[in-house]
Design a protein around this ligand. Structure first.
Ligand code: FFO
Ligand code: ATP
Length: 186
């Protein structure tokens, strides 16, 4: 399948999930993360879910992070040049849902992408060698290119792995991918 066909297939798979299934899978993913030795770092980047696209609910992971007193980092996306800027989440952070349905911080202390230790990554599909497929604007490929090579790049997937996805030279490979019933470590 081409990237475009795969995107379409996975969008349909998501749409077919009920609200209960989505929530159950999101909780299973958070519970698998808890078992990994990834909790001794400082800066954790997380995405907030686009609800109408039935993305994994990341609230459970956010709760884990705040319970562990981690520095939590959120992004604002610029759809003019497909870049992202990153801000610390604090008690004072105001969130606003942008035109694409992404909750974003309105203000805050900016963090450089090379300061991030762990990055949780949204995706439509991934494969057994750590390639991922997103919405196709290259936001995460650009963002991850500026992150430390030491950082953990953890994909979160509602579905199982594809055998092989088409790969581009700009694709940054995942170090881990978590599904509701399996953890891949690359
Ligand atoms: N929660 C979340 N935040 C994220 C991403 C993501 O995948 N999930 N991104 C990862 O790169 C970037 C935003 N990427 C996006 C790229 C395209 C569309 C988009 O085209 N939305 C259209 C059509 C949706 C569709 O059917 O695919 C829309 O909302 O109308 C949204 C976000 C940065 N932040
Ligand atoms: N580091 C980069 N610098 C400039 N352009 C890039 C970079 N990485 C990817 N791109 C461009 O972004 C576009 C989308 O890439 P791709 O199809 O791999 O997106 P994706 O991984 O599916 O989506 P996303 O990263 O938004 O979740 C491509 O045209 C690609 O050339």
């Amino acid at each position: 399948m081409t990237k475009a066909e795969l995107r379409q297939t996975y969008k349909i798979k998501r749409e077919s999930l009920s609200a209960e299934e989505l929530d159950e899978r999101s909780l299973l993913i958070a519970n698998q993360l808890l078992k990994l030795p990834i909790w001794n770092f400082d800066f954790y980047h997380i995405f907030l879910s686009i609800q109408h696209l039935k993305e994994i609910n990341t609230e459970y992971i956010l709760n884990i992070l705040s319970g562990k007193d981690k520095n939590i980092v959120l992004s604002k996306s610029d759809f003019k040049d497909y870049s992202m800027r990153h801000y610390l989440l604090t008690d004072n952070t105001r969130l606003k849902i942008n035109n694409w349905g992404i909750p974003e911080p309105e203000n805050g202390i900016e963090v450089n992408s090379n300061q991030l230790d762990v990055i949780f990554i949204p995706l439509l599909a991934f494969d057994k060698s750590g390639s991922r497929l997103g919405y196709g604007k290259g936001f995460y490929d650009r963002f991850l290119a500026g992150c430390s090579s030491e950082s953990l790049k953890i994909g979160l997937s509602l579905f199982d792995a594809e055998e092989v996805l088409p790969r581009a030279s700009t694709d940054v490979l995942l170090t881990h991918c978590i599904t509701p019933n399996k953890t891949y470590i690359y």
